[in-house]
Design a protein around this ligand. Structure first.
Ligand code: PLP
Length: 416
């Protein structure tokens, strides 16, 4: 929401008020195709900006170290109960500050230093927190990799063979750039056969699972982590779901092992977002995200773009630009100038560096929240194609940017 001219913030701190308003304008006028972003509802924003931010509440509902927690207990209980109902979870921890800390907490709860973890190769769609060498986790634990097949799906046979050979303590699925469905049953069977924990990181697809549009690992996986701000369309935050048997270990890892007081305003906003995800309208939203992704993928393929992983079965797609004589980095910059926001990304076994890789990652959760439908994906594919072809022509890019702003004008940032 824009900051109004006479608001307390405008009067007290015009520099911040004006930067927030400029950001609201950027969001309103551009096409947001970063698959990990979304637009929260006014209700979520209201909870986030509430007095709940003032409260210290170390501990868990009913077992706090501070007085005066009776109201924040209501918020946290509602958040946990709603998440349990949505995903069929036995136990939920809503205190993780974000997706990365949630993963670190699970590793701390279930692993000892030096333990082996089997996760997806990062250029094949895995996430930094799944053992990238730049992370602290990579120094503590021994991460091994599985990949996708040339056809683009997870190589479950190789995953099984690696698991049998190396006997990991934890097998990790759930990705940031992978665009296909996941066979959780198969992964759970493999994990059981070698005595490993099965963990899914559903950070990207939590909303699609909540809406019934993708497979749900929560009822039978040992532990599932997620963000709450991607397809789930809540405040920036994390969450861990697990079997009751692991509840104590997980809760202790989040607090006191790794975090201090929970951010109760965020937890209140998580509860509000989970309430929205329980509405019938959210099912339609999740369905439309997928329909839009399929329509955008088809429109781009028609224009000669190649998709990694052989297409999309979720909310995102990874364009393989190797045949287009442009890098992901140059394409991202050109699209930014054209009012189309997305991010460069590695493609499987990318020959280029992560700073200027061969791929571009696009997703439909945010534009679907704005109200765009499948018919309009052809317009977007057209602009993407034009911007990439005219990447060295600032006037052409500025023209597209003006067209994009006009196109988005009828779709306010806030709608149900
Ligand atoms: C986004 C993401 C995360 C990290 O979430 P943050 O909130 O940025 O810390 C973790 N895992 C996966 C698979 C993600 O896509």
């Amino acid at each position: 929401m824009s900051i109004t001219p006479n608001s307390p913030l405008s009067i007290q701190d015009p520099a911040i008020a004006s930067a927030i308003n400029a950001e609201a304008h950027r969001q309103q006028t551009s096409l947001e195709l970063i698959p990990s972003e979304n637009f929260v509802s006014p209700a979520v924003l209201e909870a986030l900006g509430s007095v709940a931010t003032n409260k210290y509440a170390e501990g868990y509902p009913g077992k706090r170290y501070y007085g005066g927690c009776e109201n924040v207990d209501v918020m946290e209980d509602l958040a946990r109960d709603r998440a349990k109902a949505i995903y069929g979870a036995e136990h939920v921890n809503v205190q993780s500050h974000s997706g990365a800390p949630a993963n670190i907490a699970v590793y701390a709860a279930l692993l000892s230093p030096g333990d082996t973890v089997l996760g997806m190769d990062l250029s094949h769609g895995g996430h930094l927190t799944h053992g990238h060498p730049v992370t602290d986790s990579a120094q503590r634990y021994n991460f091994l990799r599985y990949k996708t097949t040339p056809e683009g799906t997870i190589d479950y046979d190789a995953l099984e063979a690696t698991a049998k050979e190396h006997k990991p303590k934890l097998i990790l699925v759930g990705y940031s750039a992978y665009s296909r469905e996941i066979d959780y049953k198969r992964v759970k069977e493999i994990a059981e056969s070698v005595g490993a924990f099965a963990m899914a990181d559903i950070a990207h697809i939590a909303g699609l699972i909540a809406g019934g549009e993708m497979n749900n690992p929560v009822p039978f996986f040992d532990v599932v982590t997620t963000t709450t701000h991607k397809t789930l369309r809540g405040p920036r935050g994390g969450m861990i779901m697990c079997q009751s048997a692991l509840a104590k270990q997980i809760d202790k890892a989040v607090f006191p092992l790794l975090q201090g007081g929970p951010h109760m305003n965020t937890i209140a906003a998580k509860a509000v977002a989970f309430g929205e995800a329980q509405e019938p309208a959210f099912k339609l939203y999740a369905k439309q995200i997928k329909a839009n992704a399929q329509a955008l993928a088809t429109a781009l393929t028609t224009r000669g773009f190649k998709l990694a992983f052989g297409g999309t079965e979720n909310h995102l797609m990874l364009l393989d630009l190797t045949s287009k004589a442009i890098t992901g980095g140059i394409a991202q910059t050109a699209l930014d100038s054209a009012g189309i926001t997305c991010n460069k990304n590695m493609i499987p076994d990318d020959p280029r560096s992560p700073m200027d890789p061969s791929g571009l990652r696009l997703g439909t959760p945010a534009i679907t929240t704005r109200g765009l439908k499948a018919e309009q994906m052809a317009n977007i594919a057209h602009w993407i194609d034009q911007a990439i072809q005219n990447h060295a022509n600032p006037i052409a890019l500025a023209n597209i940017k003006a067209e994009v702003a006009d196109f988005m004008n009828p779709y306010p940032l806030f709608q149900k």
